[in-house]
Structures are given as structure tokens and as C-alpha cells.
Design a protein around this ligand. Structure first.
Ligand SMILES: [Zn+2]
Length: 405
């Protein structure tokens, strides 16, 4: 196969259909929460782009989309793609860059006259960010049996709508959810391209990198009880104010993360009644912890719970992922050949569907595209068009090699 040239790639037509969907005019960020109209519009965009390429699209039992180049039953499939949902006011690249690049890579390979020996699937995994129902990578976790269907169906959004009801409203049967070992058995390799969520590639002056692994990651909930009362008439001594242990918890999380060389974040709180002139009656904090290994993450959570004086209830746990070494080597080789630059190996603290599939025993790897701002999950996230083209070229070359036999 002739190496794909970076200059062959034009992503603008793909981006143009997606750019306006779920974009907040106030912040410029995206609000594409799972199974909302914005998410459904993104899915519709994907179906149309796949149809325009004569790729057969199917929705699996868990709401993930698969667009097939070649025979879906062929076995040994090379799976690429990413997700289209977003965090609140997320950037435009986290997720969509992997889907846009996968479709563009198929275009590039076809123009080169490549006929893959193995089927290639461009995927859109459902509800990767977990922004609406609190659990990340729901589509890939259900597919691989890492999330119980009953638990998934009962997850609720902030308005009390269950995931089952949200799916039903969106036309997907929630009773179909569950592990799909037959589909998994047809996957030979997984390559997810993603915008980098830090500044490592910018510091290394490299347009494209390859993931070495993903840190283990847990989400925990801490509930603080108190007594709601009047802010003007309740003496300090008489207060049971749950905001105080919550504040201690936020500071303890920072201190514990520093002590253990890990990352800990309280990015979400729920305070009732949430009024300026009322002592709160109860407060809840959500704690996100990541680190080099499980022992470190558990130590941080233990320290935070001890400082908080309440248990840290585990809402989700994602084990450490070490990506397949042979896929990683092939990705580095393909990226170097396609871009003419060395593709450094990087660990990451962010979870991904490729990591869920790797944990399920599928050979998986990831390509990262340089993000000069280093900002992620915010509108300032960015990738230069030339780097996006380099990412597509690397992905196309990798797919050509992995699908060749
Ligand atoms: Zn993502």
C-alpha cells in the first residue's frame, strides 16, 4: 500500500454538517448529552455520511452505531471511530474528531484503491461522557458486560428521567441492552483516534502520538446530611450545616491527590435547597480520582473519605488499561510513515471506549492528535487543521495495515 499523503485529506465537508449541532450560542461549547435531540441529530448526521459512502449502518442492542466497509460477518474486523456526545459546554473535537477522521480515512483508502481483506467498521459509541446519567462509556460497557443492564436502565439524569425512558423516547428499546459476545468476537482490532487532552504533544513538537495506557479511574459520591434553616435567625452554634464537611472534602481531595501524586477533582455538587439565605439541609459532592495504579487511587479515596467523615460510595470504576503492544507498535510505525514525524507514546488519565474494549480482551490502541491549548472538556480545546490531516493520514495508514490480512 502506498503511504497516504497528508495533503490528500480534506475534512472541511465533514465538519460543516456537525459544527452547528448542540452548540450553545452563549458559551460556544457543545451540549450533546446522550439521547437528547442534539445527540440524535449527531447520530442522524453520521447515518447520512455513512450512507453517502455506501457504508451499511446498524444500531447494536446497546445503541452504538456501526458503519461497515466490507462484510460485517467477515470476522477479524478492524474497528475505528469514537463518540459524538459531549460534556456540558465541551469542545468540538473530543469524540467527533475520531468519527470524522475515521470516515475521512475510509475516503482516503478508497481513493488509493485499497480493498481491505478484513471488514472495517466506523463506530459511534453511545453515551461515552456520562454527562447525563453519571456513568461513562455506557455503550461500550454494556456491549462488553462491564455494566449490568438493570443498573444502566435505572440510571437517572438530573431531571429524574431514567436511561430506559430516555432511550425509549429516542426510539431505542431499553430491554435489548446487554452483553453482545457474538459481536465482540468479530472484532480483530480497535483503533480510536482522539484529540489529546493535555499538552504533551505540543511540548514534544509532535502532531500525532500513540496511547500507551489509561490510568485507572473511579467516580465516588459523598452525601452530607444537615438541617435546613434560616441564614439570619439560626445561631452558628445551633447549625448542622452540611456545606462545612463538603468544603473540607474539596480541600482534602486536593491535598490527598498531591500527597499520592494522583489527580482528584470535585467538579459537581448538589446542595439543597440551594438558596442564598438558607443553611443547606443536605449536600452531595462527586469525587473523581485517577492515578498511576489502583492502589494509589484507593489510597486517595480513603484519605478523602476519612477527612469527610462519610463514606465515598463508588458510582463507577474503570480499571487500568495497558494497550496492546503489537497494535501500539503498528500505530507508531503507521503514524511515522504517514506524517514523517516520530509518534511518541503517551499515557493518559482520560477514559475511552477503546480502553473498555481493551479491558474486554480486544486488541486495542489509540492515536492522539496534538491540542496546542492542552484544554479539554471546554470550548478552548483545539486542533490545527494540518494536525487533523496528519491524524487522518496516520489512521488511514494504520487501518490499511491492520485490515490487510
Ligand atoms: Zn472523548
Amino acid at each position: 500500500v502506498t503511504p497516504v499523503q497528508v495533503t490528500d485529506v480534506d475534512l472541511a465537508p465533514l465538519w460543516s454538517g456537525l459544527a452547528g449541532i448542540g452548540r450553545s450560542p452563549d458559551t460556544g461549547g457543545y451540549r450533546r448529552f446522550a439521547w437528547t435531540p442534539a445527540d440524535l441529530d449527531c447520530r442522524e448526521w453520521f447515518r447520512a455520511e455513512a450512507a453517502a459512502r455506501q457504508l451499511a449502518v446498524e444500531t447494536d442492542r446497546n445503541g452504538n452505531l456501526w458503519a461497515w466497509w466490507g462484510d460485517p460477518q467477515g470476522g477479524g474486523a478492524v474497528v475505528t471511530g469514537s463518540h459524538l456526545d459531549s460534556v456540558p459546554d465541551g469542545g468540538g473535537y473530543d469524540g467527533p474528531l475520531g468519527v470524522v477522521s475515521a470516515l475521512a480515512a475510509v475516503d482516503v483508502l478508497r481513493r488509493r484503491g485499497v480493498t481491505p481483506a478484513r471488514p472495517v467498521a466506523v463506530t459511534v459509541f453511545a453515551d461515552e461522557e456520562g454527562a447525563r446519567f453519571g456513568v461513562a462509556c455506557v455503550g461500550s460497557r454494556l456491549l462488553t458486560g462491564q455494566l449490568e443492564p438493570d443498573r444502566a436502565r435505572a440510571l437517572t439524569d438530573p431531571d429524574g428521567v431514567t436511561l430506559a425512558e430516555a432511550m425509549r423516547r429516542a426510539g431505542h428499546d431499553p430491554q435489548a441492552l446487554g452483553p453482545d459476545p457474538e459481536r465482540l468476537s468479530r472484532i480483530g482490532a480497535v483503533v480510536e483516534l482522539h484529540i489529546e487532552q493535555g499538552r504533551a504533544l505540543a511540548d514534544l513538537d509532535a502532531p500525532v502520538g500513540v496511547a500507551s495506557g489509561i490510568w485507572p479511574h473511579g467516580r465516588f459520591r459523598l452525601d452530607f446530611a444537615g438541617t435546613a434553616n434560616h441564614a439570619g435567625t439560626t445561631r452558628l452554634a445551633d447549625r448542622e450545616d452540611p456545606m462545612l464537611p463538603l468544603a473540607v472534602t474539596v480541600l482534602a481531595a486536593r491535598a490527598a491527590a498531591k500527597r499520592h501524586e494522583a489527580l482528584a477533582t470535585v467538579g459537581r455538587v448538589d446542595v439543597r435547597p440551594n438558596a442564598t439565605n438558607a443553611v443547606p439541609g443536605r449536600a452531595t459532592a462527586w469525587l473523581d480520582v485517577r492515578g498511576h495504579n489502583e492502589r494509589i487511587v484507593r489510597a486517595v479515596v480513603r484519605d478523602v473519605a476519612a477527612a469527610a467523615g462519610v463514606p465515598a460510595a463508588e458510582e463507577s470504576w474503570t480499571p487500568e488499561v495497558n494497550f496492546d503492544g503489537s497494535i501500539g507498535g503498528r500505530l507508531r510505525g503507521a503514524a511515522a510513515e504517514a506524517t514523517g514525524a516520530d509518534a511518541p507514546a503517551l499515557p493518559t488519565g482520560a477514559g475511552h471506549d477503546a480502553g473498555i474494549l481493551a479491558a474486554a480482551g480486544r486488541p486495542a490502541g489509540m492515536l492522539f492528535v496534538r491540542n496546542p491549548t492542552g484544554v479539554s472538556h471546554a470550548p478552548a480545546e483545539h486542533a490545527e487543521p494540518a494536525d487533523c490531516r496528519a491524524g487522518v493520514a496516520a489512521l488511514a495508514e494504520a487501518l490499511a495495515r491492520l485490515a490487510s490480512g
